[in-house]
Design a protein around this ligand. Sequence first.
Ligand code: DX5
Ligand code: ZN
Length: 215
Amino acid sequence: MSHLIAPSILSANFGNLDKDIELINMSDADWIHLDIMDGVFVPNISFGFPIIKAIKKLTKKPLDVHLMIVDPDRFTLAFKDIGADILTVHLEACSHLHRNIQNIKNLGMKAGVAINPHTSIDSLKDIIADIDLVCLMSVNPGFGGQKFIENTFEKIKNLKLLIEQKKSAALIEIDGGVDLKNYKKLIQVGANVLVAGNTVFNSENPHKTIKLLKA
Ligand code: DX5
Ligand code: ZN
C-alpha cells in the first residue's frame, strides 16, 4: 500500500476555510486531519462541531479526527453523527480504552489510538489487534509547527514489530513536525500515514507540497 497524506487543518486559514478545503479537495491528499483540543488534556483549545460540520459539507475526503480531549467516549456518537470516518482517542485520556474502541467500531467508524511521545509502544500490546490505526505523536500534542522528536523513528520500528507479532492490521500514522526533510525516512522505516499542518499550509505552494509528500 502506498502511504497516505493527511493535511492538518489546524494550520489552515480559518478566515477563509472554503479556500483551504478546496485546495485539499483538488490535491493528492487522502484524508483531512482534524485536531480537536479541549484545553484540559492539552494546553490549547482548537475548534468544535460547527467548524467540523462546515468542513464535512465542503469535502468528500475522509475526516481523520484526532481527539485531544479527556474522557473522549462522551462524544463518540456525536462524532459519528457529524461524519467522522476515523476517530482517534488518546491512550492517556481513556480509563476504559477497550470499551471506547468497541464503541467507535460498533458505530461503523475506524478506530485509532494516539500515544504521546513519552508513552511506550509496549502499552499498546493488549489493544493493537483491535484497532485500525496508531497515531504516534512526534511532538507533544497541542500546537502545530513544533519540532519533530527524533526518537519517533525508533518507535515506528518497534510498533511495526508489534503489529506483525500480533497480526494487527493497524496503520501507523505520524503526527507532528513532518516536513520535506524527514518524510522519506518516515516512510522507509514503516509509516503509513503522514499528518502535515505547518509544512503544507505555510508553504508557498501547498498543492505542490502535498504532491511532494505523496510522491
Ligand atoms: C498537534 C496536532 C497535529 C498538528 C500537526 O497537537 O495533533 O496534528 O496539527 O501540525 P504540524 O504538522 O504543524 O506539526
Ligand atoms: Zn493531530
